[in-house]
Design a protein around this ligand. Structure first.
Ligand SMILES: *[C@@H]1O[C@H](CO)[C@@H](O)[C@H](O)[C@H]1NC(C)=O
Length: 292
């Protein structure tokens, strides 16, 4: 009897939670999301896109095995790498093993780097605007400190991708990349892409689409990473880490498991998320990526 009651309570508790979650989701219209992204872009004063030049070279497609680009895609000025949120992001890149079969080991020093990254992000006008927006729209109801903690949980919680080892996180997936069964997954951030090009780990093979929104762009492209083919990848270029984290996080809060249609400087793009339920029923991001 005691056990039965307990089960009922757990089920009730869980369904109550998901109900309140669903209610907040419906309060954001597609129009709201478009307005949000345009306003966010206006708040983003990082100036990073002026420190990047592209060498797009040949156009290609997903099926082509021919390398249409002999040279690297990106040339990033040192100034970009010294930008506070970028420097804090770069510090995280050596914390991960891309193979989803290998467990991640998170040291205290790495925890500190994660926290410093989020502090730097939280201090930007773009993320401040994002927090204020989430609060005002009822997407997030607690204070700024709690929002930072929510970001930490959502982006850095480790989980398994089917190999019974805590090898993955939303952050690693999106801001770095992962290798699973001879496929590249994630890898949507230009600063990681640039670093991998510099290390000769990544071979850019040509582009398919290029949408420039003034303070950055979204590219659809073909490349290999660690000799594994990525027939179609999407990459934000010249964007600030806070802008990217904001678009992903707001989309996940507003439309978990669905698509958000955004606009940046009049250019339409979308963010698609897939949810993942962690071992302790944590609501996490399985995958999230930009597209056009
Ligand atoms: C963050 O937003 C609050 C509330 O609008 C505002 O008072 C504060 O000045 C903002 N801080 C920054 C760093 O933009």
């Amino acid at each position: 009897m005691y056990t039965k009651l307990l089960i009922v309570n757990i089920i009730f508790g869980a369904s109550f939670l998901s109900l309140s979650y669903a209610q907040s989701v419906t309060s954001i219209s597609d129009r709201d999301l478009e307005t949000f992204s345009e306003d966010l872009l206006k708040k983003d004063n990082s100036g990073l896109s002026s420190h990047v030049t592209y060498d797009k070279q040949g156009k290609t497609n997903a099926a082509s095995a021919i390398d249409r680009a002999a040279k690297p895609l990106l040339n990033v000025d040192k100034k970009a790498l010294q930008h506070p949120t970028v420097a804090a992001l770069l510090a995280l890149f050596d914390n991960y093993d891309p193979d989803v079969k290998n467990a991640e080991v998170v040291t205290n020093a790495e925890k500190t780097e994660e926290s410093k990254f989020l502090d730097a992000i939280m201090g930007t006008p773009a993320m401040n605007f994002t927090y204020n927006y989430a609060k005002q729209k009822g997407l997030f109801n607690e204070d700024r400190q709690a929002f930072k903690e929510w970001l930490a949980k959502t982006w850095f919680t480790l989980y398994s991708r089917g190999f019974r080892t805590k090898s993955s996180s939303a952050f690693e997936h999106v801001f770095l990349g992962e290798l699973k069964q001879n496929q590249v997954s994630g890898l949507h951030n230009w600063l990681f892409f640039n670093e991998q090009e510099k290390k000769n780990n990544l071979n850019y093979m040509g582009w398919m689409r290029f949408e420039d929104f003034g303070k950055g762009s979204l590219l659809k492209l073909h490349y290999t990473w660690k000799n594994v083919d990525k027939p179609v990848g999407t990459l934000f270029v010249g964007t600030s880490p806070e802008l990217e984290l904001s678009l992903y996080s707001i989309c996940y809060l507003a439309r978990a498991g669905e698509k958000c249609n955004f606009k940046l400087n009049g250019k339409p793009l979308f963010i698609q998320s897939y949810t993942f339920t962690g071992p302790k029923s944590q609501k996490l991001i399985g995958s999230i990526y930009p597209g056009v």
